[in-house]
Design a protein around this ligand. Structure first.
Ligand SMILES: [Zn+2]
Length: 340
């Protein structure tokens, strides 16, 4: 029996392996196969490291085959890359994984280097966001970020984790329960991504450090003056839409793109829109074209070229404003140039 990788990529590994015959194999692509027996080994190794939760099959296929194609389930840009851009993605992926590795630890609660399976989820995401901004990748690496991935929620609580994932600005560290790395990948179209959201906060922290500012401003690092201007003007539009809704209970023209959650602070505004930019770029560009364009200029590419929208956030947010639910308080303060 041969399994097509695309058919099983998002299926939970334990469920799939329990039913797959051990003398069968998965075709990653025409020239690469991986046997079910070796996938069982990869799963056993991962469980022995302390990861007891579900993981999508695509991850085991990558660990056993080292075929980057297998990671395209998590990072759809890979499918789209060719020539020099593909080489650049591969270069930076290897660079951050092998040559100047980022500090990615698994906490059981003892701290050990995270298994390859987890490291590639973090690094692949960072490289996919900035494949066309190698200057940001270089600065990101030299800024010594760290990632603490906890095997369960009690370890997460014990090491100071807050909410569903968090960024510790003082330590420049993202803390997540490890299984949340996979949460949005049990469907063919990737859904929620706590890592992307926290990465937005980490980039904000990186910007603060590079600019030697006293606090995070909800802005990305290494923006040109023009990019910064465009971001602030477009952000101002969203904030004004939200403030109008908040004060009147009605939308004016259109609803804001983001949920009230992202209007709580400048940092949440960046993190929330950063995640939506990658997860639902088509709806984002249609609803808030200026803000979309501002982000696309900063990352220097357009995710619409390779992304199918996840509708979860957009539909929830649209429904929230359509119902006329009470808005949340907002502490956003850096949305107009005169405040800067
Ligand atoms: Zn947040």
């Amino acid at each position: 029996m041969r399994y097509r990788f695309d058919d099983i990529a998002h299926i939970d590994a334990a469920t799939f392996l329990a039913s797959a015959t051990t003398d069968s194999a998965v075709d990653v692509h025409a020239n690469a196969q991986v046997s079910i027996a070796t996938l069982h080994e990869a799963w056993a190794t991962l469980r022995a490291s302390g990861i007891a939760t579900a993981v999508p099959m695509a991850l085991l296929v990558y660990v056993q085959s080292r075929e980057v194609t297998a990671l395209q389930h998590f990072f759809p840009i890979i499918r789209h890359l060719s020539g020099a851009r593909r080489q650049r993605w591969l270069h930076w992926f290897r660079q951050l994984l092998v040559h100047t590795p980022i500090d990615i630890l698994l906490l059981t609660p003892a701290k050990t280097p995270a298994p390859l399976a987890l490291q590639c989820m973090v690094i692949g995401q960072v490289v996919s966001c900035f494949v066309d901004r190698p200057d940001i990748l270089a600065a990101f690496t030299s800024g010594t970020p760290s990632f603490w991935l906890c095997t369960n929620s009690s370890v997460y609580d014990r090491v100071g984790g807050i909410g569903g994932g968090c960024y510790d600005e003082g330590a420049h560290r993202i803390i997540l329960v490890a299984e949340r790395l996979f949460e949005g990948y049990y469907t063919a179209v990737p859904g929620v991504s706590p890592l992307l959201h926290e990465l937005g906060h980490m980039l904000d922290g990186m910007n603060r450090r590079l600019r030697n500012e006293p606090f995070c401003r909800g802005e990305l690092p290494l923006m040109t003056a023009q990019q910064l201007h465009d971001w602030r003007v477009a952000k101002d539009t969203e904030v004004r839409l939200y403030q109008h809704y908040r004060s009147t209970g009605h939308i004016q023209g259109r609803a804001p793109l983001g949920h009230p959650y992202v209007f709580q602070t400048d940092g949440e505004f960046l993190a929330g829109h950063w995640e939506m930019f990658w997860r639902n770029p088509h709806a984002f560009a249609q609803t808030a074209p200026d803000l979309y364009r501002a982000l696309a200029h900063i990352v220097n590419h357009d995710p619409r070229a390779y992304t199918v929208d996840y509708r979860g956030y957009v539909d929830d947010n649209t429904a929230f404003y359509a119902r006329g639910e009470p808005a949340w308080p907002s502490a956003i303060r850096l949305h107009t140039n005169e405040h800067l």
